[in-house]
Design a protein. Structure first.
Length: 322
């Protein structure tokens, strides 16, 4: 099955934004390591490690999104969208590791200061590198998040949050380095304290990504308000009397919908097919052209049992005479 033009455009958009982010990460990686070494800043070196994780995340996104955009084949009837979900999970795990590392380093240095150790004041080059990092990574977050929303990719949006986590990390680094420079070596503890605070923001974002990806991999249903919207769209079709056995799940950047629809039993197969087609069209207009939809059509029930059109007519006449 060939990729559609929209799929190719989506893949190209993801590649462009991810490569742009990886270039920024590569530049910052070199800048931070250099500034950390020359400026004698352990916080800046830790920030450089964070940028290294960002760079590795870009590679994960490029690899898994390419796999996730492959069209369905004989071995994958529902496509390959779960690769994007897996990428989101890996990014979340990477973020969790980075957040934990930053928190641990901050706690270790703070404890050392409490025990009388004097931390060395960092140089101005480290502070300048932190400011440059904040500006570039917040910019990278904004254009990556924009593309992620436009193409409906959770992996790209997760990568955007990885950019922002680096910006938040650099804010803490800049605060600590700046405080140590302005207030003197006795305030160098501001560096690890700020890093601890920032680490909690990173861990919170990582937890959200991991939970989201885990729910998708475990076939969790879509939110109740979204399911209610699906039922309402199907119920708009004239002749639909009941909708039940609704099942939903996410397939990467696509969703799957299954539902049972009851219509009058005397309706012809052709007419029922036309109505089912119109229901599918409404759902795809709302939830995307690649939405997987499976409709099971059923006749109406009388006293809890299916009846033939002839028996239904007799029941209707009896009810009218009564």
């Amino acid at each position: 099955m060939e990729k559609s033009d929209s799929d190719r455009q989506r893949e190209q958009s993801i590649y462009r934004v991810t490569i742009a982010g990886s270039i920024i990460n590569a530049v910052l990686l070199a800048l931070k390591f250099t500034a950390g070494i020359l400026g004698g800043s352990a916080a800046m070196i830790a920030d450089a490690v964070h940028s290294l994780s960002d760079f590795m995340t870009d590679i994960v996104v490029l690899l898994f999104v390419k796999l996730g955009n492959k069209p369905q084949d004989e071995d994958h009837d529902y496509g390959h969208g779960k690769y994007e979900t897996l990428a989101t999970a890996l990014i979340g795990i990477a973020l969790m590791g980075v957040g934990a590392m930053i928190c641990y380093n901050g706690l270790t240095k703070t404890w050392a200061v409490i025990n009388g150790e004097q931390l060395k004041s960092p140089g101005m080059i480290a502070f300048i590198a932190a400011i440059v990092s904040i500006a570039l990574k917040e910019w990278a977050y904004r254009f990556t998040e924009k593309v992620g929303r436009e193409v409906g990719s959770q992996a790209v949006r997760a990568n955007a949050w990885h950019h922002r986590s680096d910006a938040l990390s650099s804010i803490g680094t800049a605060f600590g380095i700046g405080g140590a420079i302005l207030l003197g070596a006795q305030w160098a503890v501001l560096d690890p304290l700020a890093a601890i605070i920032v680490s909690f923001f990173i861990l919170k974002a990582a937890y959200g990504l991991i939970v989201q990806a885990t729910n998708e991999l475990l076939e969790s249903s879509l939110p109740k308000d979204v399911e209610a919207q699906m039922v309402a769209l199907a119920a708009e079709e004239e002749g639909v009397a009941d909708i039940h056995n609704l099942r939903t799940r996410r397939l990467g950047n696509k969703i799957a919908i299954e539902m049972h629809v009851r219509m009058p039993g005397e309706m012809s197969l052709y007419e029922a097919h036309e109505k089912a087609t119109r229901i599918e069209k409404r759902l795809r207009e709302q939830f995307g052209e690649h939405t997987h939809i499976a409709l099971h059509l059923e006749p109406l029930k009388v006293n809890g049992c299916y009846v033939s059109p002839k028996e239904m007519n007799e029941h209707s006449r009896t009810s009218t005479q009564s």
